[in-house]
Design a protein around this ligand. Structure first.
Ligand code: V47
Ligand code: SF4
Length: 375
């Protein structure tokens, strides 16, 4: 064990030290212990324990990907109260991209050395099933080397509803068209109580988990998210992570966990931004609790670049990617850039004291940026 961690453990309160030692011995902590970690005032110890666990999994490396987010439309029938991105069709801000517009964006990404397009959007009531499948098919036909990470579990659930197909049939259609992976969006918080307040109309927790379970069975890897910092309790955060940990035990199909800090501007739900301390606690507790997840993402869009750098020393090992054009969280007031160059991401990671590693969607190494950590 790191000497600094050992020293901190000897000065920490007994309760926190006991849970920390258990985690450092590689034993799984309970939901109740995770809540106690959330409540500890010893943020330094929490961060050091999470980082020690991260280093055992990922060494001194931190990952990023050259990718692009494409949101084909912001028209959405669900109107979740925490979301400032989804609008009605008659809203002056409403847009829908044509297939040609989408392809132009993929081409730009491809020419810039991009490896992944991450496609999610609103859910318009007038789109038919074939449109979702066609978007994937056309991209893959023109750019077979680009990984298509597309459609959240909420979108898959919606496709099943409008087509009368099962999740398995929908996912097989998409896979045949060229789908490679599912992003983690739409999870929000699994608690029924919270879902009724913030997102009463879209897919339930059970439906989200069943879509991911089915994808894993079909060999489609997926990501998992948690939107925190609105009306949920710490117990509800931990219970959310527990359901993901349980499914991961069953399938092993999740690649990464992504805590998403809530941004309130322009939303019906309103409220306040999360504090940086809460952001770092959430990263650290998730790293400690989710012992069967290899990666924790410090999503620079919601955290901001500086806290994302600190998070890389609080248990996270991935920054996401260049993104190019983030719209969902920026609609709710995020102050981070819309996208970053590779040089900027490499510099952010180096200045956080880590070795930058460009990865693909599946965490295979593309390029290791050895060299001066202070550059
Ligand atoms: O599901 C919506 C969130 C998600 C707000 O899988 C908000 O690699 C903060 O899931 N404040 C979509 N967040 C984004 C997402 C994602 C992002 C990056 C990588 C991956 C991945 C997935 O954005 C939604 C929702 O949870 N969101 N509104 C808001 N006001
Ligand atoms: Fe629509 Fe997704 Fe926004 Fe909910 S979070 S309103 S489903 S775009």
């Amino acid at each position: 064990m790191d000497i600094a961690v050992e020293k901190l453990l000897s000065t920490a309160d007994k309760d926190t030290a006991k849970i920390a030692e258990k985690a450092l011995e590689g034993r799984r902590i309970s939901e109740e212990e995770a809540v106690r970690l959330f409540r500890t005032d010893n943020l330094t110890l929490l961060g050091m324990v999470a980082e020690e666990i991260n280093r055992r999994k990922n060494g001194n490396r931190a990952y990023f990907i050259v990718n692009r987010q494409i949101n084909p439309t912001n028209v959405c029938m669900y109107q979740c109260d925490f979301c400032a991105f989804g609008v009605t069709r008659s809203d002056p801000r409403a847009y829908e991209m044509t297939l040609e517009e989408i392809l132009r964006k993929v081409e730009e990404t491809y020419r810039a050395g991009g490896r992944e397009v991450h496609i999610v959007g609103g859910i318009p009531s007038h789109w038919d099933y074939s449109r979702y499948v066609e978007i994937v098919r056309v991209i893959k036909e023109k750019f077979p080397n680009i990984v298509v990470k597309a459609w959240t579990a909420v979108e898959i659930h919606h496709m099943a509803k409008i087509s009368g197909k099962t999740y398995e049939e929908v996912l097989l259609d998409l896979k045949e068209a060229g789908l490679d992976a599912l992003p983690g969006g739409g999870a929000e918080i699994f608690s029924e109580r919270v879902r009724r307040i913030i997102a009463p109309y879209k897919a339930s927790a059970e439906e989200y988990l069943e879509v991911h379970r089915t994808a894993h069975r079909l060999g489609i890897p997926t990501n998992a998210t948690m939107l925190y910092g609105h009306v949920e309790t710490l117990e509800e955060r931990v219970s959310h992570m527990a359901r993901l940990r349980e499914l991961q035990d069953e399938t092993g199909g999740f690649q990464v966990f992504i805590p998403l800090a809530y941004w309130p501007e322009g939303t019906r739900l309103g409220g306040r931004r999360t504090s940086s301390v809460d952001d770092l606690r959430t990263i650290a507790v998730s790293r400690i609790f989710l012992d069967n997840f290899d990666h924790i993402k410090a999503y620079w869009v919601t955290l901001g670049e500086k806290i994302a750098q600190v998070a890389l020393n609080f248990g996270a090992d991935d920054l996401d990617g260049t993104i190019e054009e983030e719209r969902i969280v920026h609609a709710a007031g995020a102050r981070s850039a819309y996208g970053h160059s590779v040089e900027r991401l490499v510099s952010l990671i180096r200045k956080a004291g880590k070795i930058p590693v460009e990865r693909d969607t599946f965490y295979r190494v593309v390029k290791v940026y050895e060299g001066d950590v202070s550059a």
